[in-house]
Design a protein. Structure first.
Length: 166
């Protein structure tokens, strides 16, 4: 028995429940979309502020760094909802998703998004100690913000492609 067959077998009770309950499928799908909207919205708005502040004064930069540090918690909560709902949706049709190359592209994109978020957070923490315009980490912070904007949109695009391919 293959790994996919094993997962499909283990997930069968969930898949049956999910497939026969429109309200349940609606709630799980809403959780996924809402998590993306809230987490991505906060992150992208913060990225935009960061890119604008890089050209601003030291005070602008300090303010953006304070905003960035306060946004991590709601983004992480939203991403937790995205992961849980995403796993639930995958388990509802494990055979289709686990045999789709697009699914693995989405997972890879999500991992890149998380790795970039980790790098941006570490850069933001280092910049908080020296937010002056002379600090060379502002360049890395800008790259991370641009990458974040791209990766949020790219991951959403791959998610739509996955739903179309499923």
């Amino acid at each position: 028995m293959s790994i996919i067959e094993t997962v499909v077998g283990l997930a069968k009770p969930w898949a049956d429940l999910y497939g026969h309950s429109k309200p349940l499928a609606t709630v799980v799908t809403f959780g996924h979309v809402a998590g993306i909207m809230v987490g991505g919205g906060f992150a992208m708005a913060s990225d935009r502020s960061a890119l604008r502040a890089i050209k601003g004064s030291d005070e602008d930069r300090r303010r953006v760094l304070a905003d960035f540090s306060s946004i991590h918690r709601p983004v992480l909560i939203s991403l937790t909802l995205v992961v849980v709902s995403g796993v639930l949706m995958m388990l509802a049709d494990a055979e289709t998703f686990l045999s789709s190359p697009v699914y693995y592209l989405k997972i890879g994109s999500f991992v890149l998004l998380m790795a970039n978020g980790f790098m941006v957070q570490k850069t933001e923490q280092a910049l908080a100690k020296d937010p002056s315009t002379a600090n060379k980490l502002w360049g890395r912070f800008a790259i991370g913000a641009r990458a974040s904007l791209f990766l949020w949109l790219w991951t959403a695009l791959i998610g739509v492609a996955l739903m179309s391919a499923a």
